[in-house]
Ligand binder design. Structure first.
Ligand code: HEC
Ligand SMILES: [Cu+2]
Length: 322
């Protein structure tokens, strides 16, 4: 299988204010856990070694009947230390949760995140209906401003998680959860559905592309546009697409208005296909349309019985959707 288009996920490094607060706690808890394991391992080894030494000194080879005193103080000290460490991390947890609860500034953008088995729908909200648009699996955001997230699901429980930018946010049936995140630096940040949601859960990845506000605005303006009218021989591909695919997919500006699958109006502006399962190339796009069930068995897109010329026409048409 071809490699995904975007870099792997990294949850020990933060690229935004919210994630930095969380990453600090992650590192602290990691260090604490390593220290606990190391200290316990050392004490166990020391205890064994001391007993061995005592045995060989007595040269009896038998179990000593009398226990040496002083053992209880170790337990007292141990319990005291663990209690301190646990309460300390509890306090730090509470502090972190309070610190990330609200964005430091008014969010500049509201992004609706809708979970589907097994892909992500993004709706860019606006007070002006003409500025609202949908995309899938790749969300662009401007750097340096908080983004408000409103998440819900069309089917089962999913969890939206971009570790470089923020915490996990569950998508619960019948409920909308609200949160926020922010990116300080431009980049492509990978995320993953973090709640097992069925057969293709592992292929439910997501990419957030953070870019400077001007670049984001240019992207947004292009995304709002409907698709160009297909000309000449591309019209055959468009007609086949409408007949075969339009029940599930939308291409704004055409009669294709399906809602079961990703909006394809600007498919070619995306680097990956099928929730970051494939790089978006001519070969992978053709392969996906020909047989999605081979790539992502169980996916909600059926393998259609397309003949070669029709498949090529549809693929050519899709590649005009820039
Ligand atoms: C029964 C509904 C259905 C039909 C019919 C259908 N699709 Fe899909 N399609 C989906 C779903 C659902 C997905 C998301 C699959 C996933 O990633 O798990 C999808 C994904 C895709 C993607 C990947 C989009 C992206 O951004 O990741 C492309 C491209 C695509 N379909 C093209 C087509 C074409 C071309 C046809 C017609 C030949 C077609 N589909 C017919 C439901 C459908
Ligand atoms: Cu999921």
């Amino acid at each position: 299988m071809p490699t995904p288009a975007y870099p792997p996920m990294n949850y020990l490094q933060a690229f935004g204010g919210k994630a930095e607060t969380i990453a600090l706690l992650t590192w602290a808890l990691l260090a604490l856990s390593i220290a606990v394991v190391a200290i316990i391992a050392l004490l166990t080894a020391a205890g064994v070694a001391m007993r061995r030494a005592a045995f060989s000194a007595e040269e009896t080879g038998r179990e000593p009947v009398v226990r040496r005193s002083g053992g209880l103080s170790w337990i007292t000290v141990g319990v005291a230390l663990s209690t301190l460490a646990l309460f300390g991390s509890m306090a730090w947890n509470a502090y972190t949760m309070a610190a990330i609860n609200k964005p430091p500034r008014e969010p500049a953008l509201t992004l609706e995140v809708i979970g589907h088995q097994w892909w992500w729908q993004f709706r860019y909200k606006s007070d002006e209906p003409a500025q609202v648009f949908d995309t899938a699996n790749e969300a662009h955001i401007p750097t340096g401003v908080p983004v408000r997230l409103e998440v819900h699901t069309e089917d089962v429980i999913h969890s939206f998680w971009i570790p470089a930018l923020g915490d996990k946010l569950d998508l619960i049936p019948g409920q909308t959860n609200v949160s926020w995140f922010e990116a300080d630096r431009p980049g492509a940040y990978r995320g993953q559905c973090a709640e097992y949601c069925g057969r293709q859960h592992a292929h439910m990845a997501v990419t957030v592309i953070a870019e400077p506000p001007e670049a984001f605005e240019a992207w947004r303006k292009a995304q709002v546009q409907p698709a160009q009218k297909a000309q000449g021989e591309l019209a055959t591909g468009e007609a086949s697409f409408l007949a075969r695919c339009g029940v599930c997919h939308s291409v704004r500006g055409t009669l294709a208005g399906g809602k079961l699958g990703p909006d394809l109006t600007h498919l070619m502006s995306r680097g990956a296909l099928a929730a970051n399962t494939l790089q978006n190339t001519t070969a992978t796009l053709t392969g996906w349309i020909a047989d999605p069930q081979r790539v992502k068995p169980g996916a909600r897109m059926p393998t259609l019985d397309l003949q070669a010329p029709e498949l090529t026409n549809i693929r050519r048409y899709l590649q005009t959707l820039k």
